[in-house]
Design a protein around this ligand. Structure first.
Ligand code: GTP
Ligand code: MG
Length: 214
């Protein structure tokens, strides 16, 4: 495999690069659907509520490279932008997030490059989510290219919060009035409380049903 491993430097056209990211997104998307189906088959339960995939637009790739202070080039984009291909997994419960992260980590063809646990360590804004940067081998006719995909795993409540926060962030260009940022942080607390309550409620329901079956 080493001999056929192509350097990103050799792959010089934008179209080829975007083709790779699209393929990586398909690979990871299918993998996750299979994991979810298998879980449903074995445990009669879906850890994934839904899956969203997206490819970063050329505009936001350029914007991010500028923000990072790098020259605009395909090489820099492949090297420094980790979320060109992005998958978001939305779950019902926090426990599903860690279950999924473990399942993803156990996939022998995926390489986990980094993990950021913003659930254990939320951002200043109140943002919570579990991020995994993985790479997946894309088998082309004459080479294999490891391609990066960013996987964000969060609960429905965390996702609800993040979408609103994202919208506000863009509306105010990152400079929201203090009372709005404060309210958002308050909502983030409520999201955590809701997630905890829903999880313990779900556990209680399961226990109750198990007792009934005995
Ligand atoms: P960027 O923030 O994307 O430049 O990269 P990073 O290296 O800081 O990675 P990080 O894991 O912090 O963020 C990656 C992605 O997570 C972002 O592109 C967003 O989609 C999401 N994200 C991170 N922080 C926030 C946040 O405070 N609010 C919202 N709504 N989304 C966030
Ligand atoms: Mg960031």
């Amino acid at each position: 495999m080493e001999n056929t491993m192509k350097n990103y430097e050799d792959v010089d056209s934008w179209k080829t690069i975007m083709f790779l990211y699209n393929s990586a997104l398909k690979e990871v998307g299918t993998k996750l659907e299979i994991l979810n189906d298998e879980f449903q088959h074995v445990h009669k339960y879906n850890p994934i509520e839904h899956i969203k995939t997206r490819i970063k637009t050329p505009e936001s790739i350029v914007k991010k490279l500028r923000r990072y202070g790098y020259e605009i080039s395909i090489e820099n984009m492949v090297k420094y932008i980790n979320d060109i291909a992005g998958v978001r997994l939305i779950c019902s419960f926090t426990s599903d997030i860690y279950r999924l992260a473990e399942m993803i980590g156990n996939q022998s063809d995926l390489k986990v490059l980094s993990i950021k646990d913003y659930i254990k360590n939320p951002k200043e804004s109140g943002y919570k989510s579990y991020h995994m940067l993985v790479s997946v081998p894309i088998f082309l006719s004459d080479s294999v290219v490891d391609t990066k995909v960013e996987i964000q795993i969060r609960t429905i409540a965390m996702d609800f919060w993040a979408s609103l926060e994202h919208k506000i962030y863009y509306k105010f260009e990152g400079d929201a009035p203090e009372y709005i940022s404060r309210d958002l942080r308050e909502c983030a607390e409520m999201v955590s409380t809701l997630d905890e309550k829903m999880l313990s409620l779900n556990e209680a329901i399961k226990e109750c049903l198990e007792k009934q079956e005995e």
